[in-house]
Design a protein around this ligand. Structure first.
Ligand code: SF4
Length: 314
């Protein structure tokens, strides 16, 4: 029977190179050292991934103090403040750092600027572990300060001690469009602000947002597979809504209710950088069972990025 109800799937979507690397580090540590393996904070922000690793013997903690001596600890993909890394290294623990190399790049920028006695503005979301980690890489002993700006209003009101000795860095998973506006506002106030030579918003965030932009042109409803604490998944949902689409963030198909799709004609499906493909397939199955047929669209950008893992765990 022919149907006039379709679903389309974003490409690229789901796991990025940093998330794949972080999960592999934990899995390899389990394989080599056996459980328990401790991970400080959710290694990536996805409930399914975290629950699966728990079943395999991973113990997630929020503080290094919770880990007994002589154990393995892995630091999450979001990165940590220097004092957390120092604390782990100064204990009788074996430490593996699963910080995404693209977050480490931002840490290095912040460290460099602080050593040059510059002030730094970080655009990001207060309380997100990546932001806490990046702020905690700034060394204020050299005389500079680091400031957090979350939105346009804060960008308009910010007071900087050294407006002509100022650099800007970003959280890696921000909305590309919103951040552009914040940067423009900051440049208006501080024309000499030094910007990153290569954008701090990572390739995976950019590509997934671009793909949502394309999907939004043809979908009336969209499901973003991802957990509620995933920054980049939330940005995908917000972007779809900004483009006029009814969008939902769902951990898996069990979150979809019939009333969400009863008037839909074309459903777009994507996934945040920490959401596994099996959950996307689970959502696709559900949508198919509701009488929607697949409509193919072209890939926005082929992704070939991969990061190798720590030598000892290969
Ligand atoms: S979203 Fe970007 S910065 Fe975050 S882990 Fe993935 S590649 Fe790294």
């Amino acid at each position: 029977m022919k149907t006039n109800k379709f679903y389309i799937v974003a490409s690229p979507r789901g796991f990025c190179a940093g998330v794949k690397r972080a999960i592999l580090i934990v899995e390899q540590a389990l394989k080599i050292f056996n459980s328990p393996v401790y991970v400080r904070h959710e290694v990536v922000h996805n409930k399914y991934v975290v629950d699966n690793l728990k079943k395999k013997g991973v113990i997630f903690v929020e503080s290094i103090d919770e880990i007994p001596d002589k154990n393995i600890v892995i630091l999450s993909a979001h990165g940590v403040a220097k004092k957390v890394l120092d604390k782990a290294n100064n204990r009788d623990l074996k430490v593996f750092d699963a910080t995404c190399p693209l977050v480490t790049k931002v840490h290095m920028e912040v460290l460099k600027y602080s050593k040059q006695n510059m002030d730094v503005i970080l655009i990001g979301h207060k309380g997100h572990p990546e932001v806490i980690g990046t702020m905690g890489r700034f060394r204020d002993k050299f005389g500079g300060n680091i400031y957090l700006v979350q939105n346009i209003k804060e960008a308009e009101e910010i007071k900087i001690r050294q407006p002509n000795n100022l650099a800007l860095v970003k959280q890696t998973t921000l909305s590309v469009d919103d951040t552009k506006k914040i940067v423009l506002q900051l440049q208006k106030l501080f024309p000499n602000v030094v910007l990153p030579t290569k954008d701090d918003i990572c390739y995976a965030t950019q590509n997934r947002q671009d793909a949502i932009g394309e999907l939004a042109k043809i979908s009336d409803t969209m499901f973003i597979v991802g957990s509620s604490n995933s920054s980049n998944s939330n940005r995908l949902k917000e972007l779809a809504i900004t483009k006029g689409v009814t969008a939902y963030l769902v951990d898996d198909a069990s979150y979809i209710k019939n009333e969400m799709i009863k008037n839909s004609k074309i459903i777009g499906i994507s996934a945040g950088a920490s959401a596994p493909e099996e959950l996307v397939l689970n959502v696709i199955d559900y949508i198919k069972n509701q009488g929607f047929t697949h409509k193919r669209i072209k890939t926005i950008k082929e992704e070939k990025v991969s990061f190798s893992i720590i030598k000892e765990l290969r």
